[in-house]
Design a protein around this ligand. Structure first.
Ligand code: ADP
Length: 261
């Protein structure tokens, strides 16, 4: 975006001229846009969990409620609090990314064990999750990466795969490698993504707008954080999806090449 400003100058003695000031305001416009988006997302996304927490605690405080119901209400409050907490984490991350304040601690990591640790966060015993991991290579790929960030990346993709699928929908994680690259694919069989959205999917605040995604809720920040993390690791991320059939997110990261003595 350019801002153009012109001023006529008349100088004594008959000289006349125009001063043109052209300023590149792309950064300012982008920052303004993000701020507006932030405010509208915050007000929308904070309100839903907050009013639900408020409503259920009020109910529990004002009425005699049997233990079964208490547990049910508490479980909702728990889920909604978790949602709020994720929201705040995402906002802070985006803020930090914007100000360039992220530090990455790179160490050699065994990708398989990272994936296993991330999957360990999901309780598969309650029938809500059906997660399968496959290894395509004989060797276990080692990458040089920031452990916290790589877990965050995989967690965001896993969360989406589960969130945008019907309960108990199957999620497959495939790990593979070739000479220089480790590849992780996360496949779900959920609502899928329309093709027109592919180009914007990794933009901050972008969400596909339909009745399913509106019901499910979200900030549109998760994938933009994923993209940033992958970029910092010199990797690539892309999506393949069919509406109504499911999605596959593929992340490729450079392998840790061991120096031969
Ligand atoms: P959020 O999930 O908070 O809206 P993301 O940045 O993680 O934000 O994702 C952006 C959008 O991409 C989502 O709103 C959704 O429309 C779409 N999306 C992401 N992952 C999936 C998936 N696995 N299946 C279907 N749609 C997805």
């Amino acid at each position: 975006h350019l801002e153009v400003y012109a001023e006529r100058i008349d100088i004594e003695g008959g000289w006349k001229g125009v001063i043109l000031v052209i300023r590149d305001i792309t950064r300012e416009t982008e920052a303004d846009r993000l701020k507006t988006e932030l405010v509208s997302t915050v007000s929308h996304e904070l309100r839903t969990p907050l009013s639900s927490i408020y409503g259920f605690t009020e109910l529990m405080l004002n009425r005699e409620i049997d233990t079964m119901k208490q547990r049910k209400y508490l479980s909702t409050i728990h889920t909604e609090t978790e949602r709020l907490s994720n929201l705040v984490t995402d906002f802070l991350d985006v803020q930090r990314m914007q100000s360039g304040g992220q530090r990455y601690q790179m160490t050699p990591l065994d990708l398989w064990s990272i994936v296993e640790q991330v999957i360990g966060l999901y309780d598969v015993s309650n029938g809500q999750h059906d997660i399968h991991v496959h290894m395509l290579s004989d060797e276990r790929p080692t990458i040089v990466a920031d452990e916290v960030r790589i877990k965050q990346l995989l967690n965001n993709l896993m969360n989406n795969a589960i969130k945008y699928s019907p309960d108990g929908g199957r999620v497959d994680i495939t790990i593979g490698m070739d000479e220089q690259t480790a590849t992780i694919q996360i496949t779900d069989h959920g609502i899928g993504i329309p093709q027109y959205a592919f180009a914007h999917l990794f933009d901050k605040f972008y969400r596909v707008d339909n009745s399913d995604t509106r019901r499910i809720g979200g900030t549109g920040l998760g994938l933009s954080i994923c993209k940033e993390i992958v970029k910092e690791h010199d990797g690539v991320i892309h999506v393949d999806s069919k509406e109504g059939q499911g999605s596959t997110f593929t992340v490729q990261l450079p392998l840790h090449i061991m120096e031969k003595a």
